[in-house]
Design a protein around this ligand. Structure first.
Ligand code: FRU
Length: 503
């Protein structure tokens, strides 16, 4: 009897274990503190808007496959920017085409007239991409359209007068980001138009007038400009206008990446303060990042955590791709320049647990950050503080001999992430390798925050002035974190906390 019981137990534990491995949101490589669709393909975040206590995250979605295809807007909601609930698909392709990227606004004054019973509508402004027009070799197959919701974003109705902004003959004419320009009480659409940004304005979201163009001669142009954003940040009591422009390819480490400009916008024209090219994230795996609308003085940013170089072939099973953690943007000084700094939103601190801390540790060769028998179970967060940085690295490792190395090269004054020995790397030729980023704040002590999920790391260095995001696919989970410094480095503070998974 006992034997039988034991046997059943063994069988059921083993079944439970293998069942668990296949449970949705717990598959191999499934991010545990990042949003990813329950199944199938995603790319850009879309229509990010905060309304009535809910953060809406729409996303480029193909519900029929794990590779890119006819685009829909998937939908997820969150009350805390940490836990996400996937909702029914918000927008389906129609006779005008696929639903490409775009934004959403709260039309507080009901300028569009879509509101009902005194309730303001949520209005989504997106690109209709007509695949037939593209195939036929026409140049006007991308046009801007509207959809609205009068039930807090639950269901969406497409505007009967779509498209509202017709293509004048520009093959890449897409990704509208709309915001309210209070001084002139009008909407501004920031649109990616091939190798520049074109600004349009509208009193009612339905009729649009061209205001100006920006950027043909400025910034990085290794590829097409996509997914822009325009907003203000406070800088010592002054308002600074920020223009985000995503670029594919031509990123600092190859493929797709997010650049930005700082300057002024007067309702008609964006004037940059200088001609520098700045990158919001130097890593290979943050793209199409933009900010939530209607969040007051807080500016919250989130990007797609992949790269067009290999997004279609990464070795996940039932879903493909995820988003970065939401990040709060501020302006900070480094040397004589101002930069945008990113920090993982404070809301994520609510899921940190089991802190282990060390102080004034001299690492000569290696130091185990592990908690239980030198082991860790990802996800987790590592904070490091150094007085004088010498060369050092944070190594994620498993007992299959695979390693992901995140480090600092003092001679080059560069941070780097090397994933050449991180496990599965040969699914695409550009995946393996070492990505680098300049240390922009070169003086003072160095601080690093690392958000480490089971298949991604986000590095926020020097108050978040230099940021790098990278994904990885070890053959077995990384369960060691080691600090390594052959020449010796003193860490003033080391703090590791587990993250409680969000699914
Ligand atoms: C950026 C992008 C957008 C486009 C969407 C299509 O990743 O190419 O420009 O709207 O993806 O899925």
């Amino acid at each position: 009897m006992r034997l039988v019981f034991a046997a059943i137990c063994i069988i059921s534990t083993c079944c439970a274990a293998s069942l668990h491995a296949q449970t949705v949101y717990h598959e191999m490589y499934r991010p545990q503190v990042h949003f990813s669709p329950r199944e199938k393909w995603t790319n850009d975040p879309n229509g990010m808007v905060y309304y009535n206590g809910v953060y809406h995250l729409f996303f480029q979605y193909y519900p029929d496959s794990t590779v890119w295809g006819p685009m829909h807007w998937g939908h997820a909601t969150s009350k805390d920017l940490v836990h996400w609930q996937q909702q029914p698909v918000a927008l389906f392709p129609d006779s005008l085409g696929y639903i490409f990227s775009g934004s959403a606004v709260v039309d507080k004054n009901n300028t569009s007239g879509f509101g009902k019973n005194g309730q303001p509508p949520l209005v989504a402004i997106f690109t209709h991409h007509d695949p037939n027009g593209e195939k036929a070799g026409r140049n006007n197959f991308q046009n801007q359209s509207l959809a609205y919701s009068v039930d807090n974003g639950k269901t969406w109705t497409k505007y009967a007068g779509n498209p509202v902004l017709k293509n004048p003959g520009i093959t890449d004419f897409r990704d509208p980001k709309v915001s309210w320009y209070e001084p002139e009480k009008k909407w501004i659409m920031t649109l990616a138009t091939k190798d520049r940004i074109t600004f349009y304005s509208s009193p009612d979201l339905k009729g649009w007038t061209k205001e100006s163009e920006f950027g043909k001669e400025l910034g990085a142009h290794g590829g097409v400009w996509e997914c822009p954003d325009l907003f203000t940040l406070e800088d010592n009591g002054k308002k600074v206008w920020v223009l985000i422009v995503n670029l594919n390819p031509g990123g600092p480490n190859g493929g797709s990446a997010t650049q930005y400009f700082m300057g002024d916008f007067n309702g008609n024209k964006f004037t940059p303060a200088d001609s520098a090219t700045r990158w919001l994230d130097y890593g290979p795996d943050e793209y199409a990042g933009i900010t939530w609308s209607n969040t007051g003085n807080r500016k919250l940013f989130l990007g797609w955590m992949s790269n067009w170089q290999y997004a279609n072939v990464v070795p996940t099973t039932t879903w493909r791709n995820a988003m970065t953690v939401p990040r709060e943007l501020t302006i900070k000084q480094a040397g004589t320049s101002r930069y945008i700094a990113s920090t993982p939103v404070a809301e994520l601190n609510a899921i940190r647990l089991n802190p282990v801390a060390w102080q004034n540790i001299r690492v000569q060769n290696t130091f185990e950050v592990g908690t239980k028998a030198s082991k860790i179970v990802l996800p987790g967060r590592l904070d490091l503080n150094l007085e004088k940085p010498n060369d050092f690295a944070v190594i994620l490792a498993n007992d299959a001999g695979e390693e992901l190395e995140i480090g600092y090269d003092s001679k080059q004054q560069q941070y780097y992430i090397d994933r050449s020995r991180s496990g599965k790397v040969d699914f695409q030729k550009d995946f393996a390798g070492r990505a680098v980023a300049p240390r922009l704040r070169k003086t003072g002590s160095m601080d690093l925050k690392l958000v480490i999920d089971v298949s991604s790391v986000e590095l926020f260095a020097d108050d978040g002035i230099t940021v790098m995001t990278s994904i990885f696919f070890p053959s077995k989970p990384f369960d060691h974190i080691r600090l390594r410094s052959p020449g010796g480095t003193t860490f003033k503070k080391i703090l590791y906390t587990d993250y409680m998974g969000i699914w």
